[in-house]
Design a protein around this ligand. Structure first.
Ligand SMILES: O=C[C@H](O)COP(=O)(O)O
Length: 251
């Protein structure tokens, strides 16, 4: 049976003070969740050391929101997979829709980043999802299948052992709109089917998270889907109590 995972993507938010308060609040709340649900946070990279210092007990994992396609060298402003690993990151967010749409991240770059994470023994959290235009054109499955399939085709199985997939309909991110539990389950089931056709064992163990305006007030309903294994949470993860409520809903 898959253990549910709730991950908070803090995006480009926070200050030293607010990150300290948030991290310490999560640490205090984590004890009641231990063993029931996996919890992770993705702070801005500049705060990773601060988060690592507080969360070193291992109840909550942390990771970075992006890594470079290159492994080292003259790439100003970038962060490598080995740097993330050196700072205790267990998870790497890859292909978030904001990276794809605002920074032109391609499927090929996403593949490289997932491979780096898998090869380093870390957990790649592969984000996929359709825009509103694509959903209205009835292209949801086509888009999501392409984003997942390219990773399955290009990366050898041993580097996908810990893969997590986050289905995040772009139209639901930060908008207050959420996919209905039925809409989420439909896409999650289709992703599971793709994984099954590739490797049944992998399909059974791979966690598929839902992301897009998840809050304490709607999490329990969204998490009812049989193929919904938790959530990737943006805005609500910046509020300790709301995030803990979402974690409890998944536990
Ligand atoms: O990575 C998280 C997603 O982009 C969801 O963000 P949101 O919960 O603010 O809609």
């Amino acid at each position: 049976m898959r253990k549910q995972l709730v991950a908070g993507n803090w995006k480009m938010n926070g200050s030293r003070e607010s990150v300290a308060a948030l991290t310490e609040g999560l640490k205090s709340g984590a004890a009641e969740l231990a063993g029931k649900v996996d919890v992770a946070v993705f702070p801005s990279s500049i705060f990773v050391q601060r988060v690592a210092d507080t969360l070193s007990s291992g109840e909550i994992a942390w990771g970075v929101q992006n890594i470079c396609t290159e492994e080292k060298g003259a790439f100003t402003g970038e962060i490598s997979i080995s740097m993330a690993k050196d700072f205790g990151c267990e998870m790497i967010l890859v292909g978030h829709s904001e990276r794809r749409s605002l920074y032109g991240e391609t499927d090929a770059e996403v593949v490289t980043k997932v491979r780096h994470a898998g090869k380093a023994g870390l957990i790649p959290v592969l984000c996929v999802g359709e825009t509103l235009e694509e959903r209205e054109a009835d292209k949801t499955m086509e888009v999501v299948a392409r984003q997942v399939q390219v990773v399955l085709n290009e990366i050898q199985s041993e580097y996908l052992e810990k893969l997590v997939i986050a289905y995040e309909p772009v139209w639901a991110i930060g908008t207050g709109l959420t996919a209905s539990p039925e809409q989420a389950q439909e896409v999650h089931a289709a992703i599971r089917q793709l994984l099954t056709e590739h490797d049944a064992d992998m399909a059974a163990r791979t966690r598929i998270l839902y992301g897009g305006s998840v809050k304490g007030s709607n999490a329990a309903e969204i998490f009812t889907g049989a193929d919904v294994d938790g959530g990737l949470v943006g805005g609500a993860s910046l509020d300790v109590q709301d995030f803990l409520t979402i974690c409890r809903a998944a536990s």
